[in-house]
Ligand binder design. Structure first.
Ligand SMILES: Nc1ncnc2c1ncn2[C@@H]1O[C@H](COP(=O)(O)OP(=O)(O)OP(=O)(O)O)[C@@H](O)[C@H]1O
Ligand SMILES: [Mg+2]
Length: 253
């Protein structure tokens, strides 16, 4: 039985006089790799920004895992289990790869609790966190880079580091904006293979925005297509690429 983890219902968003989203709906099924495509400026990033609480919608509703998250601030949405990566990766560049993961470990005692905790408890926390971080880094094949500063990583490695940060935070839905933009084809395929493996082995649901369909479409389960602030089509990859509206709006002739 399929189960929807994310439901977007008729959301609208304006920026001044510009209608960026004019009533958009979308469902993401649990444990799928879903892709959102569409021409530049069609509203893909705006839709993600609404789902992750960066912006509040002007109308409509967003539901995650049975909870109404419409208009919630982004840290609340993150706590419920939605993580995102950005068109431009935003890790802490001066921290090492390992440190980048440790900063997002759930239950991280943080500054407020730090002084109250006994040293032995800290150590227990650290051991568990480090163990989990290394397991993820191995999975992402970044373990050999664990003590490198993030700024030394290649573009593709940074994307993987962002995935690692999301997984460290026990995310249920990972949303990625253009994960293979500017990444060489070999590594781009690697990233998509890793995403599929994550989906299968870590029970993750993944929603991706991506322009490079030649690479992406073969790895995804389901496709949504936007144009000019509306959802114009959806379906399995093979259905969508032969849809006349999609060809006219996006794929070209
Ligand atoms: N913060 C903002 N302020 C004003 N206009 C915005 C803002 N964010 C997006 N827009 C406008 O909303 C429309 C949709 O933009 P959006 O970034 O969502 O498109 P996109 O589909 O992600 O495009 P791309 O493929 O180029 O990333 C565009 O016309 C854009 O200029
Ligand atoms: Mg965008």
């Amino acid at each position: 039985m399929s189960e929807r983890i994310l439901k977007v219902r008729d959301v609208r968003k304006c920026f001044g006089g510009l209608v960026a989203l004019s009533g958009v709906s979308m469902d993401v099924e649990k444990n799928t790799l879903t892709i959102l495509i569409g021409p530049n400026g069609s509203g893909k990033t705006t839709l993600i920004n609404l789902v992750t609480g960066v912006y509040k919608p002007d109308g409509g509703g967003i539901f995650f895992d049975g909870t109404d998250i419409t208009g919630l601030p982004s840290h609340e949405i993150f706590k419920l289990g939605i993580s995102r990566t950005f068109q431009i990766p935003q890790p802490f560049r001066k921290l090492t790869v390992l440190e980048n993961l440790l900063t997002v470990y759930p239950g991280n005692p943080g500054e407020g609790f730090a002084s109250a905790l006994k040293r032995s408890e800290w150590r227990k926390f650290e051991e568990k966190a480090v163990e989990k971080a290394f397991e993820l880094l191995k999975f992402l094949r970044l373990d050999h880079l664990w003590d490198q500063e993030a700024e030394k990583l290649s573009g593709g490695q940074l994307k993987l580091l962002e995935v690692g940060r999301a997984l460290m935070a026990d995310t249920k839905l990972l949303i990625m904006d253009e994960p293979i933009a500017g990444v060489n084809p070999v590594l781009a395929h690697e990233i998509f293979k890793t995403l599929r493996k994550l989906k299968d082995e870590k029970n993750l649901t993944i929603l991706i925005v991506e322009h490079r369909l030649d690479i992406a479409l073969r790895y995804v389960d389901y496709v949504y297509v936007m144009a000019a602030g509306s959802m114009i089509a959806s379906g399995k990859p093979e259905e969508v690429v032969s849809d006349r509206r999609v060809i006219d709006a996006y794929l070209g002739g």
